[in-house]
Structure formats: structure tokens, C-alpha cells
Design a protein around this ligand. Structure first.
Ligand SMILES: Cc1cc2nc3c(=O)[nH]c(=O)nc-3n(C[C@H](O)[C@H](O)[C@H](O)COP(=O)(O)O)c2cc1C
Length: 157
């Protein structure tokens, strides 16, 4: 896609982000996607958001779930980002994950995790802006984050 002949992905990619895994148990099996659009939104109430493409085949399954997990990947989890961001294949093969009693799927060893419900969802262009309410969360201060920049996985150092 271009605006006045300039490639949108190239320019959007100049903004570095982390990589989050949005996941839950669907029929007893883990399902999820990688998302670089994760953004904290509000402190009170505690809200975060992710933008999901209308072409996603996994999001329509996830949004029906009572709880959804969001894991912020660590620098050592590039393979997880690639797996969860791939369109084909078993996304959780080789991925160390756990499910909470409520059905959140969380990636073990992540930099941070959130146990969420869907609060609101807005259509915006070819994506939905999904706002999540946080019910539980934690961060591992000793796990540096994975960075996504210019279409590639990077580390802070
Ligand atoms: C690093 C990375 C970041 C991604 N970020 C997003 C995102 O923010 N929103 C989105 O809809 N898809 C994103 N994707 C694509 C999804 O992870 C996934 O491939 C897509 O939803 C298609 O799979 P599905 O049809 O199972 O949903 C990203 C992929 C990668 C590799």
C-alpha cells in the first residue's frame, strides 16, 4: 500500500515496537497470533490494545473466549515470534506455553504477560482496534524484550 507513492509498510516499520502473542484455548488447543501493534492504553481502568487485520482467521475464534492471554516476547524468543506470525503450520510447535484455569494461553519465559477480557472493539480501516481489560499481569524485569523494527527482529543491545 502507498500514500502519494510512498510505501506504508516501510515507513510504519521505522517505528520500533515489541512483539506480543495474543492467545487462548480454542477447543482445548492453543490458538494465537503475533502482534506488533500491542499498546498500553489506560491505567485506570487498566486497558491495553492490539490492532487486528480483518483478514485474520484466528481473531474471530479468540474474540469469543472468556479470557485471552497477551505475552510480551523476550529477546530470546525470536523463534516464537516467527512461529506465531506465520500464516501456516502448527504455531505452538516448539513453543513453551501454559494455560491459566480461565483459558488464557501465556508464553513461558516472556518479558511480561497479561490476563485479559475484550472490553471494546472498533473498526478502523482494514483493522479492528481491540481494547482489552487487564485482570492479572506481571513482568520479568530480568528478561529483555524482543524488538521488531524495519520488518526484522532485533534486540536492544
Ligand atoms: C512480528 C509480527 C507482528 C505482527 N503483528 C500483527 C498485528 O499487530 N496485527 C495483525 O493483525 N497481525 C499481525 N501479524 C500477523 C499475525 O501474526 C498472523 O500472521 C495473521 O493474523 C494471520 O494469521 P491468522 O489468519 O491465523 O490470523 C504480525 C506478524 C508478525 C510476524
Amino acid at each position: 500500500m502507498t500514500v502519494l507513492g510512498v510505501d506504508l509498510r516501510r515507513v510504519y516499520g521505522a517505528y520500533p515496537t515489541g512483539v506480543a502473542v495474543v492467545a487462548g484455548l480454542v477447543g482445548g488447543r492453543p490458538a494465537g497470533i503475533a502482534a506488533s501493534s500491542f499498546v498500553p492504553v489506560s491505567l485506570d481502568p487498566p486497558l491495553v490494545s492490539v490492532c487486528v487485520a480483518h483478514t485474520s482467521t484466528t481473531w474471530p475464534l479468540l474474540r469469543e473466549l472468556p479470557r485471552i492471554g497477551i505475552s510480551v516476547l523476550g529477546a530470546h524468543q525470536e523463534h516464537v515470534g516467527r512461529r506465531l506470525g506465520a500464516r501456516t503450520g502448527d504455531r505452538f510447535a516448539g513453543v513453551d506455553w501454559r494455560a491459566t484455569p480461565d483459558g488464557c494461553v501465556l508464553v513461558e519465559g516472556a518479558s511480561a504477560w497479561y490476563d485479559c477480557t475484550v472490553e471494546e472493539q472498533f473498526r478502523s480501516g482494514d483493522h479492528d482496534i481491540v481494547v482489552f481489560r487487564i485482570h492479572d499481569l506481571d513482568a520479568a524485569s530480568d528478561v529483555p524484550p524482543l524488538v521488531f523494527h524495519a520488518s526484522g527482529f532485533r534486540r536492544l543491545d
